[in-house]
Design a protein around this ligand. Structure first.
Ligand SMILES: Nc1ncnc2c1ncn2[C@@H]1O[C@H](COP(=O)(O)OP(=O)(O)OP(=O)(O)O)[C@@H](O)[C@H]1O
Ligand SMILES: [Mg+2]
Length: 385
């Protein structure tokens, strides 16, 4: 099945207009856990029918919170368990593809007609993709020109060249065929009909961002990696992957307090950066210091990305949205506001859904981890509007 990230320009439009229809699944298979949501469109909004998360570590003989590489069969087993536990009734929807299994670049091509572009992109893609083009599935999207900000993006023309550039920018996306095959096996084994695949970036953005124009940095704090995406006018302009995440925070904490991974993971999630009466002042300090050693390094990388994008395009990225399971760390918001050179918000993807009021607090708390799964379904609901 082909994948695509269609409708990028409409990505940030807020209406979920669609006639009532069947329930749709969004499935995000992360490195440490799989998340699922089931939404049903009704009168222009999306009703949250059910959601759930399952740790993948135990399926690979590892503790909860560890990133694991599972076979497609093992992964399917976890998804089947997850669907059972979450009382999922729908059987079709979208599945996300990890950013790390994809290649995304903005390339410059001459302005030619769409059919000429079709021939040109695979040829041009060879320069950007380190493996034979026959081994990947390609997709692309012409980035619309922004007349008012021409100079900011125009890398080819100098002030003396004519205003209309002969070049156009194209967002190129490649996914290895092996990756798609593995996902097809997972879906088939778990009895899921995949309506579309989407690289997790596009799903996370759809559910995390509301306002359109100014550049925003989305930071997805995962288990083994942290992903950063700068989005401007609804379009991904820059991506950055850091091989450090929540798992390293847990490992640091375990090492520093001589705790097993399991205990460190539990304490991290329960108390986070906040002091707890259950520990002495000295222990509280050591716990916080251990976690901050990972976090402060990650956040200086975030600041570096903010700064370098700002300098390159001569504009400032004034807003950071934190998403991914790591964004649920208690006390994170206050620390991030201090440490990051931008306004900070924590993603709240369930705010885009309709759910019973008594769930509001829980959904806000666990929400960041579900950004990708919720975003997947929102795409489906929007595309049929
Ligand atoms: N309440 C919490 N407080 C702190 N950390 C948390 C909390 N809940 C989950 N995490 C951490 O979030 C990380 C997992 O995040 P997430 O589920 O987004 O990752 P993933 O999708 O499995 O990984 P990736 O996106 O890298 O593939 C783990 O390190 C986990 O310990
Ligand atoms: Mg993830």
């Amino acid at each position: 099945m082909a994948f695509s990230f269609g409708g990028l320009t409409q990505m940030l439009s807020s209406a979920l207009g669609r006639e009532d229809g069947g329930s749709v699944l969004g499935i995000d298979i992360g490195a440490s856990s799989a998340k699922i949501v089931q939404l049903r469109p009704r009168g222009g909004s999306a009703i949250l029918e059910t959601y759930g998360e399952i740790a993948l570590g135990p399926y690979g003989g590892q503790p909860i919170g560890k990133a694991v590489k599972l076979s497609p069969e093992k992964t399917a087993e976890a998804i089947i368990d997850l669907m059972k536990e979450a009382n999922v009734t729908a059987r079709s929807g979208g599945i996300s593809i990890p950013f790390s299994s994809s290649l995304i670049s903005v390339i410059e091509l001459p302005k030619v007609a769409q059919d000429a572009l079709k021939r040109m992109v695979p040829i041009e893609a060879r320069k950007y993709i380190p493996i034979p083009v026959s081994e990947v599935s390609l997709d692309w999207f012409v980035i619309p020109e922004d007349e008012s900000e021409k100079s900011a993006f125009d890398r080819v023309s100098s002030p003396t060249t004519p205003a209309r550039s002969p070049m156009q920018e194209v967002l190129l996306v490649a996914i290895h065929n092996d990756t798609i095959n593995a996902y097809q096996t997972i879906a088939k084994t778990a009895g899921i009909q995949v309506e579309f695949y989407e690289i997790e970036i596009f799903s996370a953005i759809r559910s995390s961002l509301s306002h359109g124009i100014a550049p925003i940095l989305v930071v997805d704090l995962g288990a083994a990696t942290t992903k950063m995406y700068i989005v401007e006018r609804g379009i991904v302009r820059l991506t950055h992957l850091v091989t450090s995440g929540g798992q390293h925070m847990t490992e640091n904490l375990g090492r520093s307090l001589s705790w097993e991974f399991e205990k460190a993971e539990r304490v991290k999630r329960e108390r986070g950066l906040n002091d707890s009466a259950a520990y002495s002042t000295d222990e509280n300090d050591r716990i916080k210091t251990a976690m901050l050693s990972t976090l402060s390094r990650l956040f200086s990388e975030v600041n570096r990305v903010l700064l370098s994008y700002g300098q390159r395009y001569n504009k400032s990225v004034s807003h950071v949205v934190l998403t991914g399971g790591g964004a649920s760390l208690p006390g994170l918001s206050a620390y991030a506001k201090e440490a990051l050179n931008a306004e900070v918000t924590i993603a709240d993807p369930f705010a885009r859904t309709e759910a019973p009021a008594f769930l509001a607090d829980v959904l806000r708390q666990i929400g960041p981890g579900f950004s990708v799964s919720v975003g997947l379904v929102l795409r489906k609901l929007k595309s049929t509007s």
